[in-house]
Design a protein around this ligand. Sequence first.
Ligand SMILES: [Zn+2]
Length: 299
Amino acid sequence: MFARNVSHGVWIGLTALLALSAHPTPLEAQERIRVGELQAGFTVLYANEGSGNTIVFRGEDGTFLVDTMADSVSSDLARALDGLGVDDVRYVANTHWHQNHLGGNDRFSDSAVILGSEALRTRLQSEQRLEFLVDQTFPALPEAFWPTVTFDDAVSVHFNGEAIEILHLPGHTDSDAVVVWPRSAVAATGDLWTPGGWIAPDIDTGGSLVRVEAVLRELAARLPPEVKIVPGHGRPGTLEELRDYVEGLRLTNEYVRVATDAGRDLSQIIDEVPGEVADRLGPSTARLLEASYGSSSSR
Ligand SMILES: [Zn+2]
């Protein structure tokens, strides 16, 4: 299934899931995480290949992390945090259940509160079988990986002078949470989007391209214009880029809905895709049309 056309954005989502068993040598490990300063108080740790990003938010109360990368690079994450002088992680917020975003949770479970949606905790407690995004079965994880504080809709954390909002906005999976720092104008979206590419939903665990469009539109309406939006993989993006992504999803979902209502099957939908949609989605066109088609039951 990986021979299909996929854009960089979708591809990183797929390889991300596949990289869980790779164990780097020490030399490779040093090259596996890149440190980027986002703005005062915020550092982003970018992992190469399959692992997700980690956001490090520091202040007088301590350190707040978003996501903990893949298990295969969790020792590199620990080293990168040591390099930043971080020894006071008080909170870890998880963006969704995919294990390449929370493989280091167990390193913080003794000292930090781990925050995640109730759906995320549930996903970690049993084996997960994926077929659409990647053909792989993920085992349940031990309790040290599970969120200790969960929420159904939202939770606020008052920390380092910020009222950090963590919002349950399911779309990529049923477990997604977006983290927003209103005062600092920073947001973390996990795999709901990727700037400069496209990322497919995990429709096997409650994801839906229709829901991704809806929650990203809702999110875009509440973010300040100057916001820096850090995705689960790759570079941060702008609000303008996020709105453009939502428009691409709107065109895609609208086309698939109309074509489905007219009785077209998936292969016809792919063959007859209008240029306006294909130009936007590029190499990801067939994949996202299939995702939108697969989302139809949750419209
Ligand atoms: Zn994901």
